[in-house]
Design a protein around this ligand. Structure first.
Ligand code: CA
Length: 231
């Protein structure tokens, strides 16, 4: 198996070198860029398995780069982790709403960073290949790693794909936020429960265009349920 490639976008050289060193030592192939222009050029050369992007960059913000990657069909499945010195909760939510799969605040330990990278990579790869699961108008194609309605693919980021796959294979049952974190996020201790709400919101938005957002039901005080019956 070839090693996974991580694109690291960070303009502060000492940080970039330190992070790249740690990732290479952990067995990743690391490609570096110091601004979003450089990042675009590296992505055009080869699609990375994951992008680590700093929020503050000289040309465009890391958040804008993340949004752009998530809009492009060629890159929207590439998981993105944002690095930032900004610890405010609102920034975190903006980062996640901008399409980031996770968020890490500087200073962080190499161990914490690796744990997050591994968790994000784990949940961006699908299980049981070849299986087709139908629920309502949706079809889950685990081999093709997509969810379709008729001929159309539902545009989903990696986390939303994992979340919807989980729901479709576990319908008609209520899951609490912490159960969803455990099952979908792989028990990553660094993810907070409100992260679930952010991804549920994104998932519903993606399903709206197919008139399928009502399949994801909020169960007050309990959590969420995927159901093909009216709530
Ligand atoms: Ca920076």
């Amino acid at each position: 198996m070839t090693s996974r490639q991580i694109l690291l976008v960070e303009d502060e050289r000492p940080i970039r070198e330190m992070v790249a060193f740690g990732l290479r030592r952990a067995g990743f192939e690391v490609v570096e860029a110091e601004d979003t222009r450089g990042a675009r050029a590296r992505i055009a050369d080869r699609r990375p398995d994951l992008v680590l992007v700093d929020w503050m960059l000289p040309d465009m913000s890391g958040l804008e780069l993340t949004r752009a990657l998530k809009k492009d069909k060629d890159t929207r499945d590439v998981p993105v982790i944002m690095l930032t010195a900004r610890a405010e909760e609102q920034d975190k939510v903006s980062g996640l709403e901008g399409g980031a799969d996770d968020y890490i605040t500087k200073p962080f330990s190499p161990r914490e960073l690796l744990a997050r990278i591994n968790a994000v990579l784990r949940r961006s790869t699908s299980a049981v290949p070849g299986e087709l699961v139908a629920a309502g108008a949706l079809t889950l194609d685990t081999a093709g790693h997509r969810i379709t309605v008729g001929e159309a693919s539902v545009p989903l980021g990696p986390t939303e794909y994992r979340l919807l796959s989980f729901f479709m294979t576990h319908p008609e049952r209520v899951y609490s936020r912490s159960q969803l974190l455990d099952r979908v996020w792989g028990g990553n201790v660094y993810v907070e429960e409100r992260t679930v709400d952010v991804h549920i919101r994104r998932l519903r938005k993606a399903l709206e265009g197919f008139d399928a957002d009502r399949l994801i039901q909020t169960v007050r005080g309990a959590g969420y349920r995927f159901s093909t019956r009216p709530s």
